[in-house]
Design a protein around this ligand. Structure first.
Ligand SMILES: Cc1ncc(COP(=O)(O)O)c(C=O)c1O
Length: 546
């Protein structure tokens, strides 16, 4: 069995001033230059050797062994290794035990292969090490960031040329912000929504300044709520906690058979809340690409409901937002331009490296509700992007997105997105063809769920007997949990699993296998192999149920 090698100790290494200075300056001669280049080569290509191997957490080395080898909690006083040894360690010992998310057989999560050039772009951003919190540590990079924000804003809202002329480099307005991911993008949008809904009035200085108890008092309410479909991402509940309204006030709304928010019960709920007079609706969240099923809510209808009722409309398009670049499928997101705010993740379907989320606002003055200033930085009227952002110091991920957009063009991205959507459709057809499987949620975008459900059990489920149905579902849940686990542990392919309510089953009762197709190398040949393997696992372990 392979083990993580114990760290090599080099007792002769000492921390001295001369060496310290050397690591901060450019290589002083050709030999040092060549060595540093060799390391970059090792990172780019050495790392790729591991990508050819297993895709997931395998039995070959258990998590227990891995954690046992990472228990030393001391920091050595003297240097332990040279850069060359550290890189070798990472490439040879860590990378092979990481998860090969770049494999076309890894189709279980929203993390996938990235174009090769992303590593180069990330390296440039690291080398420049700009801090976009303020102009004094970023200069042109802050200006470029405002331009990229305007490009994506235009993709969503398609406002007039005049609008973008006014706002693209306007130091007083903000079309959006780069953040760490979908979670902070949602939080930022709902922070703005909360501060607007409970803003200053009649001697009350606003919730941001005076806090929630004073705000509830000033507005004569007992609760503030946010409405979202029950397929909403859990980051919305986190936002409820962080914003102080309480995560139980992120109210999950019913969904229809297609997993879209049920607008009839939504409207009923809004009416009931309004009648009570002591609850404020801070926002309604529509989802463009739900995490579990890839469903897009009826955004236009939701936008209209929000407009009628004076509610902030936020669209969580962390997953589906980039589909706006596909002329063929952008209609799925019809109505997104009605949103007051929109979340999009760069590290999902913009295929960027980790740590890029974005939040956009239709009205470029809305982010004023979360502006903060300090004496030494972020002074009023400056270009400092940190004025309206939850994060302080942060990386210039906007440079990566801007460059990627130039390299790919919307047509390049559209090819990727359309491949995902169309392959997911074929995948669903294949599941329908195979008697051993049942399609649970057909793909709207590129996510689908299904389960192993052999014909005999499918017949039993058709019977009008709740007890039998529950019994069969229990058995199927155990089968599908096992199939997913064994496939993951075998390490050749990876699909994820979740629990859904289907038909009239109680919520969370049906275990399903979940796939997100975003790797351009994932084709039907690979998908058939993944399904074959699942069938094989099922047959070998549960043959009696056939
Ligand atoms: C719809 C949706 N919103 C928000 C998030 C949170 O994004 P992140 O993990 O980048 O914080 C996710 C993540 O999967 C998501 O699918």
């Amino acid at each position: 069995m392979k083990k993580i090698n114990p760290p090599k100790k080099s007792p002769e290494l000492i921390a001295d001033w001369q060496t310290l200075q050397r690591i901060f300056i450019r290589p002083e001669n050709d030999a040092a230059h060549a060595t540093l280049l060799k390391y970059m080569d090792q990172i780019l290509f050495g790392l790729h050797d591991f990508l050819k191997k297993n895709v997931g957490i395998t039995e070959e080395i258990s998590l227990k062994e891995l954690s046992d080898s990472c228990k030393d909690t001391t920091i050595s006083k003297n240097p332990e290794k040279k850069l060359a040894d550290v890189i070798t360690d990472l490439v040879k010992n860590i990378a092979p035990h990481a998860v090969n998310v770049a494999s076309p057989y890894f189709i279980g999560h929203m993390t996938s292969a990235i174009p090769f050039f992303m590593v180069h772009l990330k390296t440039i951003v690291a080398a420049l090490n700009q801090n976009v919190v303020k102009l004094e540590t970023s200069k042109v990079v802050s200006i470029v960031e405002k331009q990229v924000l305007a490009k994506i804003h235009r993709l969503i809202y398609n406002k007039s040329e005049h609008f973008y002329d006014i706002h693209v480099q306007n130091t007083c307005t903000s079309l959006g912000a780069f953040v760490e991911g979908g979670t902070t993008a949602n939080l930022t949008a709902l922070w703005v929504a909360r501060n607007s809904a409970l803003g200053p009035k009649n001697g009350f200085a606003g919730v941001e300044k005076e806090g929630l108890p004073a705000a509830y008092n000033a507005y004569g309410i007992e609760r503030a709520v946010i409405l979202v479909s029950r397929r909403g991402h859990y980051s919305l509940r986190k936002s409820g906690g962080v914003l102080g309204i309480g995560n139980q006030n992120i109210i999950p709304m019913n969904v229809d058979e297609q997993q879209k928010i049920d607008t009839t019960s939504l409207q009923k709920m809004i009416r009931e809340i309004k009648q009570k007079n002591n609850i404020k609706i801070i926002a309604l969240v529509g989802i463009a690409g739900t995490t579990e099923t890839g469903t897009v809510d009826p955004l236009r209808k939701l936008g209209e409901i929000c407009a009628e009722n004076g509610i902030h409309f936020h669209v969580d398009a962390a997953w589906g937002g980039p589909v706006l670049m596909s002329d063929k499928y952008r209609n799925f997101l019809d109505g997104i331009e009605l949103a007051d705010s929109v979340t999009i993740d760069g590290h999902k379907q913009f295929y960027m490296t980790m740590g890029c989320g974005m939040v956009y606002f239709k009205d470029p003055t809305r982010m004023d509700a979360i502006a903060y200033h300090a004496n030494y930085v972020n002074r009023p009227g400056s270009v400092d992007l940190g004025i309206k952002s939850l994060a302080g110091s942060r990386e210039a991920t906007s440079l990566i997105l801007d460059s990627a957009l130039k390299i790919m063009g919307t047509n390049g991205y559209a090819l990727l997105l359309e491949h995902g959507i169309e392959t997911a459709k074929q995948f669903a057809e294949e599941i329908k063809r195979r008697p051993c499987f049942e399609l649970v949620t057909p793909p709207m975008l590129n996510i689908l769920t299904y389960r192993v459900c052999p014909p005999k059990m499918q017949e039993e489920l058709k019977k009008d007997d709740e007890n039998i149905k529950n019994l069969i579902n229990k058995k199927l849940n155990a089968i599908n949990r096992t199939v997913q686990r064994v496939q993951r542990e075998t390490g050749k392919s990876f699909v994820s699993r979740t629990t859904l309510n289907i038909g009239n089953m109680p919520e969370g009762n049906v275990v399903v296998l979940r796939c997100a197709i975003m790797n351009p190398m994932t084709d039907m040949k690979i998908i058939n192999k993944i399904l074959d393997e699942q069938e094989e696992i099922y047959r070998s372990r549960f043959a009696d149920d056939l």
